[in-house]
Design a binder for this molecule. Structure first.
Ligand code: NAP
Ligand code: ZN
Length: 352
């Protein structure tokens, strides 16, 4: 074991603060990674404040961070995929049982025994896993991803969660040429979702509650932008969507989006508001509509997404911050005041 500097939340009300955490020495299949950049996902904030206490209670201290890009500094004796000096990335999972039907089908995110990057039982050291708001981490090579060399590491980091969480449902529900696709919420997930849906060839409509994001939404690749608080603008799209991806982090009205679906259309939730949402039966019955959900994506699909982003030159729009500004960043995230993802420059932690 060795010690690494990190930032942790020690309770649901106190700000994140500097700490030291244990990391394992790399075992034979492990890759040790010096963290260069780590994105700030809204899930980090939900977890730090224990907002998902009913589904996944937070164990303190919590070291968040699951959008990690770093440099390989050491490899175990049996590692074949990475060498010292390689750029490497880690997303929301660091392990799974690899034997269940979900793992065999490439759906490690649905493995009942998977290990999430933070706040999950740590099978090596006991306690819980600690995420990417740290100097370094040690991960089995099968859960380490490759970042295309043309992508900027700071802006590529958010792809590890925001990228795969939007790519996977867009692919699953067939977003592409000839399809009308909506993306609700132009935040970290949503702005990457707009870029990906555009690159996949769909006709993309961005829905936002923030009128000042309109110009950006067009620049990101939207063909149309709807300010969702304007009922007239919403009404113009009634009954027309094949697929709508909802990335909203807070309680909101999903019935108004179900009403925009064409026959057999689907609204898929990736946003995870802590409280249940109300669904009107008539919003589903009318056009044989579906309401669905989706969780990140499997490891192979995550690599596929990164390669797709490499080919299409897609990264997140990031505001790079030092770790010392993480609490301020959380407050701004709550106000939808980030364009469009914070990426922490971990050199600021090493310098502390
Ligand atoms: P984010 O950057 O905060 O973006 C959320 C966006 O939702 C905001 O920018 C805002 O967009 C909109 N919004 C916020 N409050 C709203 C409200 N009260 N009513 C309507 N719209 C509102 O968050 P994120 O990092 O993209 O994460 C979004 C959600 O996805 C979080 O709940 C997160 O935990 C979840 N998540 C799920 C998965 C998964 O696997 N399913 C993975 C990662 C994250 P506008 O300003 O454009 O309206
Ligand atoms: Zn995330």
């Amino acid at each position: 074991m060795y010690n690494a500097k990190a930032y942790s939340a020690v309770s649901e009300t106190l700000p994140l603060s500097p700490t030291t955490i244990p990391r394992r020495e790399p075992t034979e299949h492990d890759v040790q990674i010096e963290v260069l950049f780590c994105g700030i996902c809204h899930s980090d904030l939900h977890s730090a404040r224990n907002e998902w206490s009913e589904f996944s209670p937070t164990v303190y201290p919590l070291v968040p961070g699951h959008e990690i890009v770093g440099r390989v500094t050491n490899v175990g004796s049996a590692v074949t995929k990475f060498e010292i000096g390689d750029l490497a990335a880690v997303g929301c999972m660091v392990d799974s049982d690899r034997t269940c039907k979900e793992c065999k089908a490439g759906f490690e995110q649905f493995c009942p025994n998977n290990t999430l990057t933070y706040n999950s039982p740590d099978t090596h050291l006991g306690g819980v896993t600690y995420g990417g708001y740290s100097e370094s981490l040690v991960v089995d090579e099968n859960f380490v991803l490759r970042v295309p060399s043309n992508l900027d590491p700071a802006a590529a980091a958010p792809l590890l969660c925001a990228g795969i969480t939007t790519y996977s449902p867009l692919r699953h529900w067939g977003a592409g040429k000839g399809k009308k696709v909506g993306v609700v919420g132009i935040g970290g997930l949503g702005h990457v979702g707009v870029k990906l849906a555009h690159a996949l060839g769909a006709h993309v409509v961005a829905f936002t509650t923030s009128p000042d994001k309109e110009d950006d939404a067009f620049r990101l690749g939207a063909d149309e932008v709807v300010v969702s608080r304007n009922a007239n603008e919403m009404q113009k799209h009634a009954g027309s969507f094949d697929f709508i991806l909802d990335t909203v982090s807070a309680t909101h009205d999903i019935n108004s989006y179900l009403a925009l679906l064409a026959r057999d259309g689907t609204v898929t939730l990736v946003g995870a508001p802590p409280k249940p949402l109300e669904v009107a039966a008539f919003a589903l019955i009318g056009g044989r509509h579906s309401l669905a959900g989706s969780s990140i994506g499997g490891i192979a699909e995550t690599q596929e997404m990164l390669d797709f982003c490499g080919e299409h030159n897609i990264t997140a729009d990031v505001e790079v911050i030092p770790i010392q500004k993480v609490n301020e960043a959380y407050e701004r995230l709550l106000k939808s005041d980030v364009k469009y993802r914070f990426s922490i420059d971990m050199a600021s932690l090493r310098a502390e």
